[in-house]
Write a new protein. Structure first.
Lengths: 226, 348
């Protein structure tokens, strides 16, 4: 409920522009894109909530990070990085929803996954990264985050995603290679660099069909296809 | 044609810091498969852990007990090359099972090509001992399962090292022909041309050692000139490859000079020894340079699947032609002596 209230708050903040946040409206820098909120269905059948990150999520993010295994942290940051600094938290939670956008996934009140893209300045490319709580790994959240990030990024003029992952991170490599996007990759020093256009393909559409549930407030959510 | 893929993909627990036989190898091999963009032609066989009975076609029960107990006690070093961890028993069981599942799926389809991404590798593993990074002899376990069904199995081992384990396991088994090309001298030291099989299986082991620096033309000629006539006479009903890609020129573990194009050419040649489609599978053995591994996997699979892939050019001009000729002669002499001895009843 708290979340719904906050959504409404944001919407009333930009009073008069409320329609600008509805589906189909053009995205605007710095405006929380409420239309990107949705419910998602994981591989295990659980319904989780996915929404763009907000600066108020700092505490959630810190808590999420503290509960990750060192292996998961290492895979994301390529170093052992047990705690996020205040500055990092601010950087990670404050996004402009245009060149930088992050989605969080919540199970009740717990943050269980984060995915983000950061545009490489002056280009139409953005780097993507994900972090999924240990007990939620292998449930398809990486795929869902990638799909939603790609959709949002496309609407914001981004054409290509890049990513780096350690060569032994089979889970992450699988997310990219099974996405249906035409991924190219290279290996150097045990790190795999990937790049792919995010234009939807027949394969990527098939990959995600039926996985998304729209948020209840947008109605008509049963059997909707992404 | 369909590719039936399987492997010990949950292999992250079988790892030792700094050891070259590492989980990244599986990723590199899978990237090689991805590079072929097979779409619906890629079939994943189910994850499967080999049963004790399936393992015991090849391994001693006492060894399986010891290995399992060693892993579950936390693992450690088995010898100066070979490690096991808590997870290794499960990973190795799934590696062995992956091969069995691929064979079964190929039989069900009656078509396709198999590729088994096995970690740890297997061809050095003996009936009663792991060595050379290997714990269970994956390819031997699949071959033994096929023999139990009445098949005649050809195993070609192009890993840079001699597969002493596979050779020893089938030394006296006339229904398995083992052919190895390998660098010599090199670990484990076995694999001389005069090692030709036991009394019940004379000639069913074929070793063709080649010197450091040998290029693809030399290794391909070894298969064509030395092994092919015997393979044709053996009439295999199934063909398995111990596909070690450490014979690639970029591999840090040895000094052969093969390219991805050479593996493609060899795969194409060897696959033709199978009597029909659905009876050919490659098992990953060595290969420690990730890009070489990736491109070689892609090239050799593309060759047998007849998929488009741009491999490196085949290599020529390295040393070894003389050694291949010597191996051929040495083998013939050994066969003659053994046959004479066999008729006199004193060969063992």
């Amino acid at each position: 409920m708290l979340i719904e209230e906050k959504v409404n708050e944001t919407m009333s903040d930009s009073n008069g522009n409320a329609s600008a946040q509805g589906p189909g409206a053009p995205p605007a820098t710095g405006v929380y894109p409420a239309d990107l909120e949705c419910e998602v269905l994981t591989g295990t059948g659980a319904t989780l909530r996915m929404r763009p990150i907000r600066s108020e999520d700092a505490e959630l993010l810190v808590h999420f990070h503290l509960n990750l295994s060192s292996g998961s942290i290492y895979r994301r940051y390529f170093s052992f990085h047990p705690e996020l600094s205040e500055k990092e938290v601010e950087h990670l939670t404050t996004v402009d929803y245009m060149d930088r956008l992050a989605f969080i996934v919540e199970d009740d009140d717990a943050l269980v996954a984060v995915g983000r893209y950061d545009r490489i300045p002056g280009t139409t490319e953005a780097e993507v990264a994900f972090l999924v709580a240990d007990e939620y790994q292998h449930h398809g959240l990486g795929q869902l985050l990638l799909k939603h990030l790609a959709e949002a990024a496309r609407a914001r003029g981004i054409t290509t995603f890049t990513a780096e992952t350690q060569a032994d991170n089979r889970g992450m490599l699988g997310v990219f290679h099974e996405s249906g996007f035409p991924v190219t990759s290279s290996i150097e020093d045990e790190v795999v660099s990937l790049s792919f256009p995010i234009e939807p393909t027949e394969k990527s559409k098939a990959r995600y069909a039926g996985r998304r549930k729209r948020k209840p407030t947008s109605g008509n959510h049963h059997g909707s296809r992404a | 044609m369909k590719l039936v893929l399987n492997g010990s993909f949950e292999d992250s627990g079988h790892e030792e810091l700094g050891h070259p036989e590492r989980p990244e190898r599986t990723s590199a091999a899978l990237l090689g498969v991805d590079d072929l963009h097979l779409g619906d032609d890629l079939v994943r066989a189910p994850m499967y852990a080999a049963t004790r009975a399936e393992l015991m076609r090849v391994h001693a029960g006492t060894y399986l007990d010891e290995l399992g107990a060693f892993c579950y006690a936390g693992g450690g070093d088995i010898d100066e090359d070979t490690y096991a961890t808590y997870d290794s028993w499960s990973v190795a069981q799934h590696a062995a099972g992956a091969g069995l599942a691929v064979v079964q799926e190929l039989q069900r389809l009656g078509d396709g090509v198999g590729f088994v991404v096995t970690r740890p590798p297997g061809h050095h593993a003996l009936a009663d001992r792991g060595m050379g990074f290997c714990l269970l002899n994956n390819i031997a376990i699949s071959a033994a399962a096929l023999v139990a069904q009445g098949e005649r199995v050809l195993i070609v081992d192009w890993d840079v090292h001699h597969g002493n384990g596979t050779q020893a396991i089938f030394w006296n088994q006339p229904d398995v022909m083992y052919v190895s090309t390998h660098q010599s001298p090199l670990f484990p030291g076995s694999g001389a041309a005069y090692e030709i099989g036991g009394m019940n299986a004379l000639g069913s082991t074929i070793n063709i050692p080649v010197p450091p620096g040998a290029t693809g033309d030399v290794v391909r000629r070894a298969i064509d000139d030395v092994a092919t006539p015997s393979i044709a006479a053996f009439e295999p009903t199934w063909v398995l490859v111990s596909a070690g890609f450490d014979s690639h020129r970029d591999d840090p573990m040895a000094d052969l000079a093969l390219t991805s194009g050479d593996f493609a050419a060899m795969a194409r040649t060897i696959a033709r020894f199978a009597p029909r489609a659905g009876r050919f599978a490659m098992f990953l053995e060595g290969g420690y340079e990730l890009n070489a591994l990736r491109t070689s996997v892609a090239a050799s699979l593309a060759a047998v699947l007849e998929s488009p892939y741009s491999a490196e050019a085949e290599s020529f001009g390295g040393p070894g032609a003389q050694q291949v000729q010597s191996a051929r002669e040495e083998r013939l002499v050994a066969l003659r002596i053994a046959e004479e001895a066999a008729t006199q009843g004193d060969y063992s």
